[in-house]
Design a protein around this ligand. Structure first.
Ligand code: GLU
Length: 577
């Protein structure tokens, strides 16, 4: 009897206690700053981003500081006169946003942009160097747009680390030194020849070497204008005028890029594309990059097979992944272009029944050789001919998680090493237009990725954010590597998800991929020992260097795990505000 009276009281007291403790725990959780992490391709850049995060800046604030510094210290890869895609996760709302800062073709561009007088495609180097490959840069407007929505610190403050480095000088990293030394034309280009080379006692030009200190006052001046005037500082006035005049008066293949192209440029906020993979949800950029769609197609095909059971990096796993890649790359070449110009059948390409039918085309015992694009129900899409792309790797990827749990996964590029090789305002001008198909049609059929005024060239950049089944942020990852980006990122996702690897192990794996051509394996790695068996399975194997540049962050049960690709110069910085 007495117990009956005491029990409800005790239960009520216990309930109150639980609510109070939970309340405190929640308060503690939201008050206690979580550690931040940043993984980027150059320590100066990671440090600039970390400096913003220490001040309580957001992931987007840090991204802007990182990009401003990368433009200076890794000019062969990305810069403010280039383009980028940024995937952003907002912890509070749970929203994922996809910001498109891809370059556009100037209004003066024609489908014959990269054809010679006989209508034949130009050799790549000829098309790349000079003014006609320069697209309207998109990075600054994209960063501005993201900052309007997610910035915490003042816009101008974000450029201070880059301004200081440009004025006081930075030490040349190994990859930059290598890129200068290897470049066939940089020494002949106006401005660049004086910036990247010094005269020795005999009056000969000597390339800047690892450890040399470079100062870039012209870039410091550009940055000060952008810091003070916002996006207008780049798209109007002195900076835009200098870029336009450099392109129009280029010593090789002058281009048509005009101030009106700068005035018309818009960065776009697009719907990200997300798809389930095992117990996770993988999100990436939609077209005009082919990266997200192709990666999700490969994963969607492989979802029909037990990669975990096959085991990490086994012969069977490599075979199945390569075959799935062949199928997805075949679709990529046929269907993907700028969605503002062509009708990309995104939903059908990610339809699970379609991907299962594609998975059924894989033979466990023999390679299919050359995969054909799938037949989609959308008849309009069938009109597109196959793309004719050529690319050379440069580009940069960075991942950032701020102390409030917001994340940025951003891939950024001037396209080929040193872009068009033209320099203005202390920046390398991109050659992103060579990401268009040089040939506008094939067998009378228009190519989805043909050049058109105002159009964005198809990209391969694949910034990714992964969520677990509770919708919690789990990982951010991406890579440079031209059209190989897709293979690099996909393999890393499989290593994280199917093979339970941590970020360091996944990023360090020997690379392999198949772009519907030969099966490429990373030279000098144990994969070479598998070559014979892969050939017995019908693969044409090609061992070559694989210069991925994966920079990723992974949430582990015991904290954050980040990795910088050992094949590049980057690092990981962590800390607290
Ligand atoms: N321009 C290429 C793209 O947007 C990237 C080039 C690279 O990764 O080197 O896909």
């Amino acid at each position: 009897m007495r117990l009956n009276r005491i029990l409800p009281g005790l239960t009520a007291a216990a309930l109150v206690l639980i609510v109070v403790v939970a309340g405190f725990a929640w308060l503690w959780r939201s008050d206690e700053p979580q550690p931040f992490m940043i993984a980027a391709a150059n320590p100066y850049a990671s440090e600039a981003g970390a400096a913003m995060l220490r001040k309580g800046g957001s992931a987007v604030d840090a991204a802007i500081a990182v990009q401003a510094v990368l433009s200076l210290v890794e000019p062969e890869s990305s810069g403010l006169a280039g383009g980028a895609f940024m995937l952003h996760y907002d912890e509070k709302s749970g929203d994922v946003a996809a910001y498109d800062g891809r370059e556009t073709a100037p209004m003066g561009a024609t489908p014959a942009l990269f054809l010679d007088n006989e209508g034949e495609p130009l050799p790549f180097l000829e098309a790349m160097i000079g003014g006609s490959s320069v697209g309207t840069p998109g990075v600054v407007k994209m960063l501005w747009l993201a900052h309007q929505e997610h910035g915490k610190l003042e816009w101008g403050e974000l450029f201070q680390p880059a301004i200081k480095l440009a004025e006081e000088g930075f030490t040349v990293a190994p990859k930059l030194a290598e890129a200068i030394a290897r470049d066939p034309v940089l020494m002949q280009m106006p401005v660049a020849q004086d910036y990247f080379y010094r005269m020795d006692a005999n009056g000969l030009r000597v390339p800047a070497a690892e450890g040399d200190v470079l100062k870039n006052p012209a870039y410091a001046e550009t940055l000060k204008i952008i810091a003070a005037e916002g996006w207008k500082g780049f798209y109007q006035g002195k900076v835009a005028e200098e870029i336009v005049s450099t392109v129009q008066n280029a010593p090789r293949r002058p281009g048509t890029l005009a101030l009106s192209d700068f005035a018309a440029y818009e960065a776009k906020k697009r719907e990200p594309i997300c798809a389930p993979y095992r117990a996770y949800r993988v999100c990436s950029m939609p077209p005009p990059t082919s990266g997200g769609l192709t990666t999700l197609q490969i994963l969607g095909i492989l979802g029909n097979y037990d990669l975990k059971g096959m085991g990490p990096m086994t012969l069977t796993a490599v075979h199945f992944i390569a075959e799935a890649e062949k199928l997805a790359y075949a679709d990529r070449d046929k269907y993907i272009g700028d969605p503002d110009f062509v009708d990309v059948p995104v939903e059908e390409m990610l339809d699970s029944a379609y991907l299962e039918s594609r998975a059924n085309e894989i033979d466990a015992s023999y390679s299919m050789g050359k995969a054909k694009p799938g037949r989609l129900a959308d008849e309009r899409a069938m009109n597109w001919g196959m793309n004719q792309p050529v690319d050379m790797p440069s580009t940069s990827h960075f991942s950032i998680l701020d102390s409030n749990g917001n994340a940025v996964s951003m891939t950024t590029s001037v396209e080929g090493p040193f872009g068009s090789h033209l320099m203005a305002g202390g920046m390398m001008l991109n050659n992103q237009l060579t990401d268009f198909s040089f040939v506008p049609e094939q067998d009378g059929k228009p190519i989805a990725n043909a050049v058109a005024p105002g159009k964005r060239p198809r990209s391969s950049m694949t910034p990714v954010i992964v969520f677990d089944e509770d919708g919690e942020f789990r990982a951010a990852i991406g890579s440079p590597g031209g059209s190989r980006i897709i293979g690099y990122v996909t393999q890393t996702l499989i290593a994280l998800i199917d093979w339970d690897m941590d970020m360091v192990a996944a990023v360090g794996l020997p690379r392999f991929l198949d772009r519907n051509g030969p099966l490429e394996i990373e030279a000098g790695t144990p994969l070479e020992q598998m070559a014979l068996q892969l050939e017995e399975l019908g693969h044409t194997v090609e061992a070559r260097p694989a210069i991925s540049g994966l920079h990723g962050i992974l949430v582990m049960p015991d904290g954050l795990d980040g990795a910088a690709d050992p094949r590049r110069d980057g690092n990981v910085v962590t800390g607290q505000p």
